[in-house]
Design a protein. Structure first.
Length: 424
């Protein structure tokens, strides 16, 4: 609940900060970026309190929407790799259980920062929140711990050691752009959320903490030119009365389980993505109706418990849905507040058990459709770009009882979604 409030407050602060700077001639530039990451992860695990940095890279795309002469907002989509090195006594599948072993934790994320920028004479200073979604987590084993150049002798998937849910960071930095559109940038990412997950078989316990801090250096190139004035766009909007649009963002889901059977415990959230299209039709000055169609990657992580004294990691259930919400929206000067029913149609369902390399298809263990209620808030700029967050409350059982991983459970799928949209 606290994380949800933080996400909503971050969204409100960003939109309110730039609204007062909106002038008559905005410009939109699209860009590509890439560069180097130097990890500064802070924390400890069960075997070591001394972490060394691990170098990675980042690559992605950006949109810079300028407001007036000196201010802009810049959402980005970035693929980023990071991690850390540590040495210690840790038994593993490769029969290495002595102190002269070095380990490398390699982590990758899809990151979505939303930055408020001040610009003057090519120089830019920026800051803002960043949402990070884990993609993979691997542990590599080196032959010795004296230096970091030891030979890699094996690796394993350790996703259960890291939270699969959304984490939040703060980003700040400086850049310089040439007139050609090419520029250079340096930024610092401060992680304020623990990304480690305590398990009975992993390297983290309840006292462990891991914060995703890093320094990034890179280059970018931007393309674009000024667009029509906001004033003119308002006139066009009043005449059209309807819009088509596209949307893209994150989806962090979890399940609420009634009648939990003894062999399943502790469902954890799972991060994913969503992408789709929508149509908005106005019903007067302040109201509109908005049907949508989007693809959402959802699911959860569970733990198998066989006795009160012994447990082992269970697995990850991935559920992919085609979702069709029908939203009634109240619109007030760019802000939209909406709610409505949503139909979810199951497309694929897979289960990945810890210790197994293959996915098991489990679509037959789930109901083909389920229903939810959706509500949220958004902000749309007059030229069509916007941002929004919403909450989905599952209202029907997604599981077929007495089948596969479900026994007597009633399972409701809930989700928090956030992202960007553009209206045409």
């Amino acid at each position: 609940m606290k994380k949800s409030i933080f996400h909503l407050m971050s969204f409100i602060i960003i939109t309110n900060s730039i609204e007062s700077s909106a002038q008559l001639k905005p410009s939109i530039k699209f860009g590509l970026k890439g560069g180097f990451n130097a990890s500064l992860m802070k924390g400890k695990n069960f075997y070591s309190e001394h972490f060394e940095g691990y170098n990675g890279f980042h690559a992605g795309a950006l949109i810079e929407a300028s407001f007036g002469k000196h201010f802009a907002i810049q959402p980005e989509g970035i693929y980023s790799t990071t991690g850390y090195q540590w040495a210690g006594y840790y038994p593993n599948y490769y029969s290495i259980s002595h102190w002269d072993t070095r380990f490398i934790e390699r982590l990758s994320f899809i990151s979505l920062p939303v930055l408020l920028k001040f610009k003057t004479s090519g120089l830019g200073i920026f800051a803002g929140p960043q949402w990070d979604f884990p993609i993979y987590s691997k542990r590599f084993y080196l032959s010795h711990a004296i230096t970091s150049s030891g030979e890699v002798i094996g690796y394993s998937d350790v996703k259960n050691d890291y939270k699969s849910t959304l984490s939040v960071s703060f980003v700040g930095g400086i850049e310089y752009s040439l007139k050609s559109g090419i520029g250079f940038q340096a930024r610092y990412q401060y992680g304020n959320v623990n990304i480690a997950q305590a398990t009975q078989t992993g390297i983290y316990d309840e006292t462990s903490a891991l914060k995703n801090n890093m320094v990034s250096l890179g280059a970018f190139i931007k393309f674009g030119k000024p667009v029509k004035s906001i004033k003119n766009n308002h006139k066009i909007n009043k005449e059209r009365k309807n819009y088509f649009g596209a949307k893209l963002g994150f989806n962090t889901s979890n399940v609420y389980v009634d009648n939990v059977y003894d062999n399943t415990d502790k469902p954890f959230g799972k991060a994913g993505f969503m992408a789709g299209i929508f149509y908005e039709h106005f019903l007067g000055k302040h109201f509109s109706i908005q049907p949508e169609l989007f693809y959402a990657n959802a699911g959860f992580i569970y733990i198998q418990v066989y006795s009160p004294f012994m447990g082992e990691p269970g697995g990850t259930t991935s559920l992919n849905y085609a979702s069709l919400p029908l939203l009634l929206k109240l619109r007030l000067k760019g802000v939209g507040i909406f709610a409505g029913p949503q139909l979810n149609v199951l497309v694929t369902a897979k289960d990945k058990r810890e210790g197994y390399s293959e996915h098991q298809r489990i679509k037959e263990q789930h109901n083909s459709t389920n229903y939810a209620l959706t509500g949220g808030i958004e902000y749309t700029f007059p030229f069509g770009l916007g941002f929004g967050v919403r909450y989905q409350k599952g209202m029907s059982n997604i599981a077929k009882q007495g089948n596969g991983i479900y026994l007597e459970e009633t399972v409701h799928l809930n989700a928090i979604q956030g992202g960007v949209h553009f209206r045409f």
